[in-house]
Design a protein around this ligand. Structure first.
Ligand code: AMP
Length: 294
């Protein structure tokens, strides 16, 4: 495995690669969730490029850019074990040199959910991801369903701007008790760690109601809110039942797929999770199938 820590090193390496290239963009502090993306990329491509970059433009002024966990040596050891070929580790100045002033703005699907609570977040995400696409020129780029809105936004950008690659969503990897793996889980105390299972419990509760025939988005939303309210350490940011492609909030009963999402602060971190309904869609190609090939 080769570490590439300049744009020039990445470009000259890329020029020599013939065959399918899988890209896994990350912010480091790697865990099994990231590794499942890398394993999938490994299985499907001739070369696997992982990028580790804590992207300043996607953090708001009061967010955790400075304190975001950085564990580069450990990350590199993990990536070596799962067989990545290249790790690209640029610095903020390399990605945003003096005079930088061009950003990508995806208009509608960035407005709700995370976009509504983190102004400018997706502008930072789409800009850095498009830069990484231009640098790495991958055949396929892998993104976790854990950040479902991110998948929807990036896929929209790729279609709208004719970026020649495939976006592959990968199912959320969870702890045994349902908590979605996240680099920010390290912020949780023991007590908060137990409380954090409330996110998955709320999603499961709504999914159980759905399986018993409930189709009203308002009922599903309220059921999640009630369950979340039972956990004193959880402070709800938002709970959403939305159309999985437009991300518009649903208000009428429907038999079409729904995307349940929630963001909850437990102690220091804001934790997010989501689930597609029907539940069978939370599989390898579920989100991909739901998003369709329009
Ligand atoms: P991050 O380093 O948090 O920017 O995440 C990098 C990629 O890993 C994103 O595509 C995330 O959606 C994905 N990811 C993060 N956590 C998980 C998880 N628990 N399961 C699957 N993918 C994940």
């Amino acid at each position: 495995m080769k570490i590439l820590n300049t744009i020039e090193a990445l470009r000259s390496t890329r020029e020599g690669l013939v065959g399918h290239v899988g890209l896994v963009p990350t912010m480091g502090a790697l865990h099994e969730g990231h590794l499942s993306l890398v394993r999938m990329a490994r299985a499907e491509n001739d070369y696997v490029v992982v990028t580790i970059f804590v992207n300043p433009t996607q953090f708001g002024p009061n967010e955790d850019f400075n304190s975001y966990p950085r564990t580069l040596e450990h990350d590199i050891a993990l990536l070596e074990q799962v067989g990545a070929d290249f790790v690209f580790t640029p610095t903020p100045t390399m990605m945003y040199p003096d005079g930088f002033q061009t950003y990508v703005h995806v208009e509608q699907v960035t407005q709700g959910l995370e976009g509504g609570h983190r102004p400018g977040h997706f502008r930072g995400v789409t800009t850095v991801v498009l830069k990484l696409f231009n640098l790495v020129q991958p055949t396929v780029a892998y993104f976790g369903q854990k950040d479902a809105q991110q998948v929807v936004v990036i896929r929209r950008m790729v279609r709208d701007l004719n970026v020649p690659l495939k976006i592959q969503p990968v199912p959320t990897v969870r702890e045994a008790d349902g908590l979605a793996l996240s680099s920010r889980n390290v912020y949780l105390s023991d007590e908060e760690r137990s409380a954090a299972t409330v996110l998955h419990r709320a999603l499961q509760h709504a999914a159980d109601l759905y399986e018993r025939g409930e189709r009203h988005p308002n009922v599903l939303r309220d059921a999640m809110l009630t369950l979340l309210a039972s956990e004193p350490l959880a402070q709800v940011d938002y709970v959403s039942v939305a159309h999985p492609m437009t991300l518009n909030e649903l208000t009428e009963p429907t038999d079409s797929p729904m995307l349940l999402s929630l963001t909850v602060q437990v102690g220091k971190p804001r934790l997010l999770d989501n689930m597609l309904l029907p539940r069978e869609l939370n599989t390898m190609d579920g989100l991909y199938r739901v998003l369709g090939n329009e």
